[in-house]
Design a protein around this ligand. Structure first.
Ligand code: TPP
Ligand code: MG
Length: 323
């Protein structure tokens, strides 16, 4: 795996952009809720930025990605236009789904971003569809599907792993194990220490990696993508991570204070910054400039969102039915 200094700086900038985006969305949603305008649910991926950026660093623009309801980072890292993502989260007509989808339903066909899903584990079986289509059409496009630790105890997960393994379909199953499914600790729904150990039941590789280290994520993804692309079938990767925010804005924080502070010490952005400095890839001034650039980029997108109109009921047909 080789990254140029510019690649590494771009990855850092994208991680910062995702974090700025998530923080800004929480703030804007809170303002709207206070004003009596309920904008829907919001699930922040703050703390999990390294997984989105590391996995996408190994995918081509034409590789398929299935996301979750915690998917802002996946969309941004895949390269979905930030203006359109921002507008969608706020239900504006300029959004990727014309404002009818909101935070959990970001789709962008030009980059094969196959969308979020409000159903826990809902994207997992869908990923088999694009993987099968890629094989049928004789292409080498791979499919990556993201899901949580809770989703890995859904029936859909087991059926999909079984079938993808049997058919050797090109799927990368990306489990973001942030230790909790809403308020349930992972030990309350999985009897194994590692979710990745479930791969053994389907005779495919099961890999555990540090989800707060973007380079470790990229390395694990690289091996899985290469396997999938060369016809050797699926891989299950479990990334250990932690979300910085509560499950969503309407469920109060319940996780132990000491656990949260311990994980904050392993923040993926600060760790990556320290590494870039230690390896001489960037100095403090350059990192500060990258942070400012990401903030400015977000400001541009927020401006687009504010100027975007609201969707009209008459536009519904167009978004519901294919031409
Ligand atoms: C089929 C289904 N069951 C329950 C829910 C309610 N629900 C929404 S998020 C969530 C937790 C899922 O946790 P996990 O898969 O670990 O993902 P995370 O939220 O941690 O990213 C639950 C139970 C749902 N949306 N869909
Ligand atoms: Mg979880």
């Amino acid at each position: 795996m080789r990254f140029s200094p510019q690649d590494l700086k771009d990855m850092f900038g994208t991680m910062v952009l995702i974090r700025e985006f998530e923080r800004s969305m929480i703030e804007l949603f809170a303002q709207r809720i206070r004003a009596g305008d309920f904008p829907g649910a919001l699930h922040s991926s703050e703390g999990q930025e390294a997984i989105a950026v590391g996995v996408m660093s190994q995918l081509r623009p034409d590789d398929y990605v299935f996301s979750t309801y915690r998917g802002h980072g996946h969309a941004i890292a895949k390269g979905v236009p930030l203006e359109r993502v921002t507008a969608e989260v706020h239900g504006r007509a300029g959004g990727v789904s014309r404002g009818f989808g909101g935070s959990m339903h970001l789709f962008w066909k030009p980059l094969s971003f196959m969308g979020g899903n409000g159903i826990v584990g809902g994207g997992i079986p869908l990923a088999l569809g694009t993987a099968y289509a890629a094989v049928k059409r004789g292409t080498d496009r791979v499919t990556a599907v993201f899901f949580g630790d809770g989703a890995a105890s859904q029936g859909s997960f087991h059926e999909a792993l079984n079938m993808a393994a049997l058919k050797r379909w090109p799927v990368i199953f990306v489990c973001e194990n942030n230790l909790y499914a809403a308020t349930t600790h992972v030990s309350g729904n999985c009897p194994l220490e590692n979710i990745a150990d479930r791969a053994a039941a389907y005779a495919i590789p099961g890999v555990v990696a540090d989800g707060n280290d973007v380079l470790a994520v990229a390395e694990a993804a690289e091996a899985a993508v290469s396997r999938a692309r060369t016809g050797h079938g699926p891989t299950l990767i479990e990334f250990k991570t932690y979300r910085h925010q509560a499950h969503c804005m309407v469920i109060p924080e319940h996780r132990p204070y000491l656990e949260r502070t311990a994980w904050h010490q392993r923040d993926p952005i600060e760790r990556f910054a320290a590494r870039l400095l230690a390896e001489g890839v960037a100095d403090q001034d350059q990192l500060a400039a990258l942070r400012r650039q990401s903030a400015a980029r977000l400001e541009q997108a927020l401006q687009y969102m504010r100027e975007s109109s609201w969707p009209q009921p008459s536009d519904l047909d167009e978004v519901l039915y294919a031409p």
